[in-house]
Design a protein around this ligand. Sequence first.
Ligand SMILES: N[C@@H](CCC(=O)N[C@@H](CS)C(=O)NCC(=O)O)C(=O)O
Length: 229
Amino acid sequence: MAEEASGTSSSVVALPQKVTLYSYHLSSCAWRVRLALLFKGIPYEYKAVDLLRGEQFTDEFTKLNPLQMVPVLAIDGVTLVDSIGILLYLEERFPDKRPLLPKDLVQRAQIHQVVSLISAYIQPLQMGGILATIEAKFGKEEQLKWIQDIFRKGFSALEQILIRTAGKYCFGDTITLADIVLVPQFANAIRLQVDLAPYPTIQRVGEALNELPEVKSSVPANQPDAPKL
Ligand SMILES: N[C@@H](CCC(=O)N[C@@H](CS)C(=O)NCC(=O)O)C(=O)O
């Protein structure tokens, strides 16, 4: 990874006055935004939206996001929806606070390729609603096969990319947006009992990411709306 992405928090850009993240502890998309806010050192208020109880369908929440999904981020007097749009806003608004994209255009494109592979292929095909429909129509066994197939195709492609680009993390030894989207997907793979043996690079990078303090504090179990054990 080029040095330009390895900067520290040297920015003089003032922090926004109030930042509110609408999140659900188990949402992988909201987890991406929690991570970016933590890496960039932007304090935020956590507003829980209980997806299991259907709070995303209330009139109040639909006004914030007509697609009725988390995450939503209120920042700088605007309301932003969609995790990738939010990540790009944070990166462009606070480019010097722990940069998550390098300046090199080819590397940026490769990082966007990984972000897209995970956020536009792997994650949408295993959303809770889709898995519930498959289970209801075809049963638990077919649902598991569906999950395994998505991961097999998605992670095989990702492994081939990361073999060439990874250092300690997805692109060299610097955290980028690719790592931000990988963290929740890696956790989902483990939760859904995906065999990671065919993907040694993903496994190594995922485990290295899990050691970071920002990752530890952003995990679902550490969110205010996680069930108390
Ligand atoms: N492309 C959107 C997808 C957001 C998304 O899929 N959110 C899920 C949780 S990870 C959700 O809110 N689902 C609510 C539902 O399925 O009713 C993003 O990246 O933010």
